[in-house]
Write a protein that binds this ligand. Structure first.
Ligand code: ADP
Ligand code: MG
Length: 413
């Protein structure tokens, strides 16, 4: 087995581990089943890529997005690692190349789209190559009550049972319920769980009651001219009206939603990735595949649908670790809309109940008079000792501070 630390610099070009990575990597290299919950941008990929390289054999990675898999495969190949992806976008020549690398025992990482797992032939293929490990990225997709449920993820547990290999799972989004669901669906018994570091101290958290959202958005964006940002909207129409309003105010801006042609969407993603100072007004369709480190703000022009969605969406800002801002506007109409969307969905009742719970948790966060960061972290099971002192509720509590000071004076007098 190669030394992980040496590979960290020789293959990935990093001189140190990010918080949490080293412990996870060594547990994985020791062959243990692991569930790791790390924040967005925390560096989860490395936690399965590095053990894959450090050990013999091939690691199968299941990941929900073709674009993400392609990016990772490209980056790995550039670093000289033998990696390939089998997805619906893989052409025959590429597949042949992957199979022969597999047969020659050269391939280190095989990315597979979840829909590939249930396909005839996949089990036989995997039995033949005997993967060292199955790594499940974005593991919350296995949760039926979660917001990113992918039915094909359920196939992973069945495959693992038949192959009997090590399994590891990674996600940024997991409340206690989701964690329990991941464990029962993916693992033969309770894995080693790494849960830490949800806090993104460089993200400023601000919520504001919505009165005139267009004006509120313009004020915010005008004060941050030239910065790259995402403005999340609840509807396609709204992405277009807000993009137009920002454009008229002289900002470089684009709308993005799932109703656009695939080409237009890709074009928007590429522009956003490459240009500085572009603002994308988007529905939630935008973001999962975006790896732009210098997004300086995320505005929610409308209330997101759950606290998980909120956390994941704001998590796209400030991945470079530099200060970044978030602003969430919320009003009574938003709450009604979100409630109606849940009620009108065709989901079973338990699911609706869970969705209402996640929306309520977000409303609780929006209305908390206490430290907002603590409230957010508490939802994910973290209990920081002190208020952060840097979120909007901490900054804007003059009455409380004054009252405390006055009380202190009164007592010390
Ligand atoms: P996640 O999947 O947890 O959201 P990624 O695996 O995509 O995060 O990593 C986020 C970014 O951090 C990537 O650009 C990656 O190259 C970088 N990164 C990961 N580990 C390290 C490290 N130890 N040192 C420096 N950069 C790192
Ligand atoms: Mg990731």
């Amino acid at each position: 087995m190669s030394e992980p630390r040496a590979l960290l610099s020789s293959v990935f070009g990093f001189d140190s581990f990010r918080p949490g990575q080293e412990e996870i990597v060594s547990a994985v290299c020791a062959g243990r089943d692991v569930l790791a919950i790390m924040p967005t941008g925390g560096g989860k990929s490395l936690c399965y890529q590095l053990p894959a390289l450090a050990r013999e054999g091939v690691t199968v990675v299941v990941s929900p997005l073709i674009a993400l898999m392609r990016d990772q495969v490209r980056a790995l190949r550039e670093a000289g690692v033998s990696a390939g992806a089998l997805t619906s976008a893989t052409d025959e020549a590429e597949a042949e190349e992957i199979f022969s690398a597999l047969d020659a025992g050269r391939l280190k990482l095989l990315y597979m789209a979840p829909e590939r797992l249930a396909r005839a032939g996949t089990e036989a293929l995997l039995r033949r190559v005997r993967p060292t490990m199955i790594a499940v990225d974005e593991a919350h997709c296995v949760s039926q009550w979660g917001h990113d449920f992918r039915p094909d993820y359920l196939e992973i547990g069945r495959l693992r049972e038949r192959l009997g290999c090590q399994v590891t799972a990674f996600t940024a989004t997991a409340d206690a319920e989701t964690r329990a669901e991941i464990v029962t669906r993916l693992f033969p018994e309770t894995p080693e769980v790494f849960l830490r570091g949800f806090d993104r101290p460089n993200l400023d958290l601000v919520f504001r009651p919505k009165d005139n959202p267009r004006a509120q958005l313009l004020d915010f964006v005008n004060a941050r001219r030239g910065q790259s940002g995402i403005v999340y909207c609840a509807s396609r129409a709204r992405t277009e009206t807000l993009a137009r309003a920002l454009g008229e105010a002289g900002h470089s801006t684009l709308a993005y939603h799932a109703g656009m042609e695939a080409d237009a969407r890709r074009h928007a993603e590429t522009r956003f990735q490459r240009e500085d100072g572009l603002i994308v007004c988007a529905t939630v369709a935008f973001g999962m595949g975006i790896d732009k480190p210098d997004i300086r703000y995320v505005v929610h022009a409308d209330l997101p649908k759950s606290i998980e969605a909120y956390y994941q969406e704001i998590g796209r800002a400030g991945r470079d670790g530099l200060p970044a801002e978030t602003l969430t506007l919320f009003g009574a109409d938003d709450i009604r809309l979100r409630r109606a969307q849940i009620d009108e969905s065709l989901a079973p009742d338990e699911r609706k109940e869970a969705d209402h719970g996640r929306l309520n948790a977000l409303l609780g966060l929006a209305e908390t008079p206490h430290c907002r960061r603590r409230a957010l972290l508490a939802y994910f099971g973290e209990t920081p000792e002190d208020d952060c002192g840097g979120c909007d509720t901490c900054r804007e509590r003059p009455e409380l501070h004054d009252a405390t000071e006055a009380a202190q004076k009164a007592f010390s007098a």
